[in-house]
Ligand binder design. Structure first.
Ligand SMILES: [Mg+2]
Length: 266
């Protein structure tokens, strides 16, 4: 288990690197988890701190499972880079880039969506979100989450279109993603290269962020400064904290961390 970060001191060797990247997940990390995913937002204080980091030359990048439009709306940062849809869609230097090979998955996602919509009638509390080349099936509002999750997995098994996707599970969500070898880890490596970073602090709270933490660790073996921080909560899977270098207890601690990094910048 990673130890709790109570002072920014251990991060100083990373913070001194230039260019420095702050690569962060959004939901559950920068934005508190809320019952309706569409209501989630990055608090103003957190947005202001990210803006201060960017103004001081830190490359801020948001790596999220959200669609690009939603990610940009939630973060509200014009000068940040975005890796949306788990890295399938990038926003770099004011331009959108789609990963090669994802075009056919947009029509497949529409077919899978219509197959899975039947669930919203038989399993209350299920929401199917079409994110372009991927689908997210949320069950946070279901009365019996464990049974609802089973019903979702069975419905996927019955749909020929849905079966073409790879299943990924997160906090109260089953996602269908194109079976391409792109994840938050490969995206971290892409961003390090494209932004020319010499050091990275990455933040996440969920299973998909483990790939990002592992990539940060691999880079460290190549003489690159990095630190992986997990936001721990009762709901978060314990393996996320195990994969990180440090933990922050609760999403509210992220604001403390960002303020401490701003103060520690050389
Ligand atoms: Mg998250």
């Amino acid at each position: 288990m990673a130890r709790e970060l109570t002072s920014v001191e251990p991060l100083l060797p990373v913070i001194r690197q230039r260019p420095l990247g702050l690569l962060s997940d959004i939901d559950g990390t920068l934005a508190p988890i809320v019952p309706r995913p569409e209501d989630a937002a990055v608090p103003d204080a957190v947005r202001a701190l990210l803006g201060q980091l960017a103004a001081r030359g830190v490359k801020v990048a948001l790596i999220t499972g959200r669609s690009l439009d939603m990610a940009r709306r939630m973060a509200g940062l014009d000068d940040a880079a975005y890796a949306a849809n788990h890295g399938l869609t990038l926003w770099l230097e004011g331009r959108e880039e789609a990963a090669p090979g994802i075009a056919e998955y947009e029509s497949l996602a529409r077919r899978a969506e219509s197959d899975l919509l039947a669930l919203t009638r038989t399993a209350p509390g299920v929401e199917v979100e079409n994110k372009g080349p991927l689908l997210a099936v949320h069950y946070r509002r279901a009365a019996d989450p464990a049974r609802t999750r089973e019903a979702i997995l069975q419905a996927i098994e019955r749909s020929a279109a849905a079966r073409r996707f790879r299943i990924h599970e997160g906090r109260m969500v089953v996602e269908l993603r194109p079976p391409l070898d792109i994840d938050k880890g490969t995206v971290l490596e892409t961003l390090v290269q494209r932004l020319g970073l010499r050091g990275v602090i990455c933040l996440g709270d969920d299973i998909t962020d483990i790939d990002m933490f592992a990539a940060a660790r691999r880079l460290r073996a190549q003489d690159f400064a990095s630190a992986a921080l997990a936001v721990a909560s009762e709901e978060a899977a314990p393996e996320v904290a195990r994969a990180a270098d440090y933990t922050l207890t609760g999403q509210a601690r992220v604001e403390w961390l960002l303020a401490a990094i701003v103060r520690a910048l050389p």
